[in-house]
Design a protein around this ligand. Structure first.
Ligand code: DGT
Ligand code: CA
Ligand code: CA
Ligand code: ZN
Length: 594
């Protein structure tokens, strides 16, 4: 049998087939890179169209390909070339053309396009006309005012580029949690093929569920470190080795992600896992506690101070924490705050929210605006996830780019929702809702008498994000005083790694939410995770209920709830503080709409 086929066959069986959203992402990236290289605009557009249609398909590309009686090219936007690439992606998880483009595109161009507001054309012009080879050189060019002398660049553009360089630099340093998750899956799959490996854990900030991750820390149990390291070095894709010792190794993947590997024996796996999960602050506190007990802790286990060579309790984390008189501490709490005090005998940390507690999702879009699925499809997908009710919250008319709804279209949508509910007999309920813009001047985008008819009203800021702190705060607090507004979505507007939060006085917002008995959203999209941990803790302290929502724009988008749960757990949030864990009657009572 042909070896390539054989390999593809193996991968096909062991890998979870690529999801449509992942395939779409590949084509989007392909389009982006081709565009960066000044490729033919038709080709670029063809890939973008393909990405869009694949993301919108209601069936999985992998399933269609697996069925010999069906033909992927019969779907709109998918020609023979695209279909062939889909096949490669589904079978191997990789696209050689993309890998090659990634390596041959000047890294500085990629980095420049991460500068907010700097498009591809401007980035290319800067790179070519000023011979820019790094963000540092670009910064200097801005400081020397060489940028504003170029055609098409104003003094104001130069200023905003300068401000954006920090954001672009930070973005290229840390990966978002969803990127980390994908890299972890890729590493896990590849390492699992090596039979010298007895166990694998991913430690560090990834295990602690931080919203961004600096590098991936892999811990492996094996007696043959060399074979493990060879296996990691052979990871398919763009991999360069940056360091290799006897039991540890570092590699760089796709020119941007750092991965650290450590190989340990089974007898010290728990201690190593504890040590490399961190955080550094948590570990410092752990060592402090050990010393008070006359003990010492390191990555091999625990020992008495006067017998440092007699190491014990290294095999598991439970054993290690237990040896210090502590109960096991969930990784997402290990930040060196109060977790050690709680876990001292008798005090366990509060019972944290779990994904299974979530029975509703109260922020999502449909084809009426910029979503890719219908009300029925969103409801069906939510049901399949075990949810009991959802709210459909499309955009209001101000968001014209997404064909936001005016009162007439909104009322029509609500009629369709009523009709849908009337057809159900399993208790699942779709609430009528709206994501209503808080206009630049302050008022809501739709009249009160319309909002009054909704089950659930979200207030959101999408425009005028550059306004002053006072203006933005007044807008949000103003919305909270409107009796029909129930919640503020993504309250600070940040996009992780690409857009800073707007200037807003969150203390004032939280205070107003508490006073008017409103909720605040934790947007679970890994690009947002907004509110952040600190604001979540302050909100909960003030008694403000949190709505953890996906803001899904497709049925796939409903999957991101897990990222929100992780963020909430890190903020010590419990089930009862999350409004979409409440039975529908309780929610309606809270909303005074029952
Ligand atoms: P990251 O990668 O920046 O998102 O954050 P971490 O927490 O994954 O940090 P990393 O990768 O530098 O190190 C992984 C863990 O190893 C860290 O959480 C705790 C442990 N560790 C590393 N260096 C030190 C150190 O100098 N002292 C102590 N106590 N622990 C360390
Ligand atoms: Ca790390
Ligand atoms: Ca590391
Ligand atoms: Zn939304």
């Amino acid at each position: 049998m042909d070896r390539a086929n054989d390999l593809a066959g193996t991968l096909y069986r062991t890998r979870e087939a690529m999801k449509n959203s992942e395939i779409a992402e590949v084509f989007d990236e392909l389009a982006h890179l081709l565009e960066l290289r000044g490729e033919n605009a038709f080709r670029v557009r063809a890939y973008r169209t393909a990405a869009r249609s694949i993301a919108d398909l209601s069936e999985s590309v992998a399933d269609i390909l697996a069925d010999p009686s069906r033909d992927l090219t019969r779907y709109a936007g998918i020609g023979a070339t695209i279909a062939e690439k889909c096949k490669t992606l589904v079978e191997t998880g990789l696209l050689p053309q993309l890998e090659e483009l990634r390596t041959s595109t000047p890294a500085v161009l990629l980095k420049m396009t991460r500068i907010p507001g700097l498009g591809i054309k401007k980035a290319l012009a800067l790179q070519q006309e000023l011979n820019i080879e790094s963000l540092e050189e670009l910064r200097q060019a801005c400081l020397d005012h060489r940028v504003q002398k170029l055609k098409g660049f104003a003094a104001k553009t130069e200023e905003s580029i300068l401000a954006g360089i920090d954001i672009a630099e930070a973005a290229s340093l840390r990966m978002r949690i969803d990127q980390a998750e994908r890299l972890v899956a890729r590493l896990r799959e590849h390492l699992t093929e090596c039979d010298a490996i007895d166990n694998i854990e991913f430690a560090g900030s990834y295990r602690r569920g931080k919203e961004t991750v600096g590098d991936i820390d892999i811990l492996v149990i094996s007696r043959d470190a060399d074979r493990v390291m060879d296996q990691l070095a052979s990871l398919p894709g763009m991999v360069s080795q940056t360091a290799r010792g006897e039991t540890k190794m570092s590699i760089r993947v796709d020119e941007q992600f750092q991965v650290d590997l450590r190989v340990v024996g089974a007898e010290s796996f728990g201690a190593a896992l504890q040590y490399f999960t961190g955080s550094k602050e948590h570990n410092v506190a752990i060592r402090g506690r050990a010393r008070k007990l006359g003990l010492t802790v390191n990555e091999y286990g625990v020992a008495k101070l006067d017998q440092p060579d007699k190491i014990f309790a290294g095999e598991s984390e439970e054993a290690l924490y237990g040896a210090l008189g502590l109960s096991w501490i969930p990784p997402e709490l290990r930040e060196g705050r109060h977790e050690i005090e709680w876990s001292e005998a008798g005090h366990s940390p509060p019972p944290l929210i779990e994904l299974k507690h979530i029975i509703a999702d109260l922020h999502m879009h449909t084809t009426a605006t910029d979503g890719s699925n219908s009300i029925e499809e969103m409801a069906q997908a939510a049901r399949a996830l075990g949810l009991q009710y959802i709210a459909i919250t499309d955009h209001s008319k101000r968001v014209s780019m997404a064909r936001g709804l005016d009162a007439t279209r909104l009322l029509e949508q609500w009629q369709a929702i009523d009709a849908y509910n009337a057809r159900q007999n399993d208790g699942f309920r779709v609430l009528t809702g709206i994501e209503c813009d808080i206009l630049e001047a302050g008022p809501m985008d739709l009249p009160d008498e319309v909002l009054a008819q909704a089950d659930w009203v979200i207030g959101s800021i999408h425009y005028g994000q550059k306004q002053s702190r006072q203006q933005i705060t007044d807008r949000i607090v103003g919305a909270l005083t409107n009796p029909h507004v129930d919640v503020i979505a993504h309250p600070t507007g940040r996009l992780i790694g690409s857009r800073p939060p707007y200037e807003v006085d969150m203390d004032a917002v939280i205070e107003a939410a508490a006073e008017f008995r409103k909720a605040l959203e934790l947007n679970a999209n890994p690009m947002r995770l907004d509110l952040n941990e600190e604001h979540l803790m302050a909100a909960v302290r003030a008694g403000v209920p949190i709505a953890i929502n996906t803001d899904a724009h497709s049925t796939d988008g409903l999957q991101v709830m897990r990222f929100g749960i992780m963020q909430a757990r890190r903020a010590l949030i419990e089930q009862d503080q999350v409004l979409n864990t409440w039975a529908l009657e309780r929610l309606l009572q809270f909303l005074e709409r029952s």
